[in-house]
Design a protein around this ligand. Structure first.
Ligand code: NAD
Length: 250
């Protein structure tokens, strides 16, 4: 086991307000592709902007088409070792919680309870008018069969996945809590995020400025590597397994 892994485990064990921050990269080993990697969703699809969704029936149809395609990846996915390790650290009182950019709910399925979803969830559909919420499976399945964009069954309002689209602001209360966690953190572990999209990408820097040990795990380099205490470039599953072994004294 490398010295770096042992030092990271020691820093985690010595911390009192450790926080994890996760992006799409933690879920690729569960079979959910990220968007920015070569061959990712954005190599072949243009994201639908929120304003276009509101004003154009064609944009809404394209949005539902894309979401129906990606829903299959979400619906069939299970948490992987990295999700499970984070959930066990939270259960053991080593981790305050997870701030995530992900919309797949795999942290919750692994057993994490304190999860701040910056970009919402793709497992629910919300009405933009009356705010009713529905399970995504049935509506997505129906769109897949009929190609008809559904309206809210209660008020005929527009229905959209409960995720944050381009051009839509992040949920204020969730963001406020994420900032507080980052500022109060003494150990901050960012993984599977390219750390390029603000304001979420600012959270690790905020934690570092407040005195946290900053650890970045990612396949590729990130703009925050130069301020991190530890940067591990590689596959998240393998690295988290090693850290966990070291934490458990293996
Ligand atoms: P991103 O820009 O954060 O990129 C993901 C990063 O993870 C990349 O830098 C990639 O090199 C790295 N990575 C991928 N697999 C890895 C692995 N196994 N080990 C280590 N590093 C790995 O995220 P994005 O793909 O551009 O997605 C943008 C937004 O779209 C997300 O913030 C999220 O809201 C949404 N999204 C969510 C999911 C999900 O919920 N699983 C998947 C795709 C996109």
């Amino acid at each position: 086991m490398s010295t770096e892994i042992r030092e990271i485990a020691r820093a985690l064990l010595g911390s009192h307000r450790a926080v994890a921050f996760t992006g799409a990269g933690i879920s690729t080993e569960s079979g959910i592709p990220d968007f920015r990697s070569p061959g990712g969703v954005w190599a072949t699809n243009q994201p639908v902007y929120y304003d276009d969704f509101l004003t154009s029936a064609d944009a809404r149809k394209e949005y539902w088409r894309q979401k129906t395609l990606s829903h299959r990846d979400f619906a069939n996915a299970s948490p992987n070792v990295a999700h499970r390790v984070l959930a066990s650290w939270e259960r053991d009182g080593r981790l305050r919680g997870v701030i995530t950019q992900n919309i797949d709910e795999l942290h919750q399925l692994a057993g994490s309870e304190n999860v701040l979803e910056l970009h919402g969830t793709a497992r629910a559909i919300g009405c933009l008018q009356c705010e009713a919420r529905f399970d995504a499976d049935e509506m997505v399945e129906e769109f897949g069969r009929t190609g008809v964009v559904p309206d809210c069954p209660h008020c005929q309002g527009l229905l959209k996945h409960a995720t944050i689209s381009f051009g839509q602001s992040l949920p204020y209360d969730v963001m406020q809590r994420a900032v507080k966690w980052a500022q109060e953190a003494d150990f901050f572990l960012a993984m599977g995020s390219s750390l390029v999209v603000t304001p979420a990408a600012e959270l690790p820097a905020m934690a570092k400025r407040s005195g946290a040990t900053l650890v970045i795990i990612n396949r590729d380099s990130t703009p925050l590597d130069s301020i991190a205490d530890f940067v591990l470039n590689g596959e998240i599953g393998e690295i988290m397994t090693s850290i966990e072994e070291s934490v458990r004294g293996g």
